[in-house]
Design a protein around this ligand. Sequence first.
Ligand SMILES: *Cc1c(COP(=O)(O)O)cnc(C)c1O
Length: 361
Amino acid sequence: MAFTLNSFPVVYKAKFENDGWKGEFVEKPHKTPQEEAQMPGAEREALVESRNFYSDLPLVNYSTQYGNSCFEGLKAFPQKDGGLAIFRPEQNAARFARSMKGLYMPAFPEGDFVQAVAETVKKNAALGFCVGYDAQWEKDSFASALSVYIRPFTFSEAGFTPEVSREPWVFVVTMPMSAYFSSENANAVVTDRIRATPKGTGWIKTASNYVISTLAKHEARQQGFTECIFLDAANRRFVEEGSSCNIFFYLKSGELVSPALGDTVLPGITRASIVELARDRGINVCEREISIEEALGETAECFVCGTAAGVTPIGSLSHNGKKTAFNDGKTGDVTAQVRDTLKGIQYGTVPDAKGWMLKVL
Ligand SMILES: *Cc1c(COP(=O)(O)O)cnc(C)c1O
């Protein structure tokens, strides 16, 4: 599948040097969005593609050679009443700082993170690069809705011997995004690959974790599945998460279970938000171990969640060649409630009682 990374032109770029961070905004080549839309295909692609190149970065470094880098993913949502708001950016700021410390990098200050993310979105919007609210999205519970995806990440200084990065760059790039999973409900398979090990980096949003995830997801797709689920490394028995998203099981008993966070599960902000929202609704939410046997035998509804995935129902889960369907493969009521509440808060159709949205426009 040909895919051009369609980044918006303004990028935030900071470097750690002499014990401090120095940031700036860089404006990559662009025309107005309307002019770009009217350009001949190849010409437009070349222009958009040129925004992905940076001639002043060291090619050989600890990120490109040894996977020493981390990233974040968050979104700005067009609001029903106009404007644009970012979902819980201070949470991503805190996790980014934890990830960087976990990789022995100097942490990027949380306040600077929130400001850089908000300003990057604003500056692109000022150039006309943004997405606007469309009331049509309400008809399919925002399944077809667009958003602005924000990707902050680190990039190491030059280096060849295996080392940690001590003077990284931090970049923030943004791009328009549609739904992550194309079909409504995912058919998942339990992979026998191991994503994260105790004492490893599973809790860090590091690039290197994604090597295994991308292999497992590629294999799942080749077998006709849309998602893969990882079990824990120590027992090969307890469910941990999806390829790049956390997981919930709504059991027949009425309990909503998400695997407890240890050092092998990525602490998703969507996951934490759903735990809160479900508790507010009076649902009995438990963060605990859940074995694959219990999950397959006791589940009424299952869904995965994350910034990119949103709330995606898992229609079936296959394990050792046996396929178990949940809720006849259809979206369950609890899943739909959770999804609609979260999407409603994000797109401004449900009151933001918790103050989760940072308005930037
Ligand atoms: C980013 C990520 C998630 C989801 O986190 P959110 O903050 O909800 O986007 C889940 N699992 C992994 C492995 C991740 O990298």
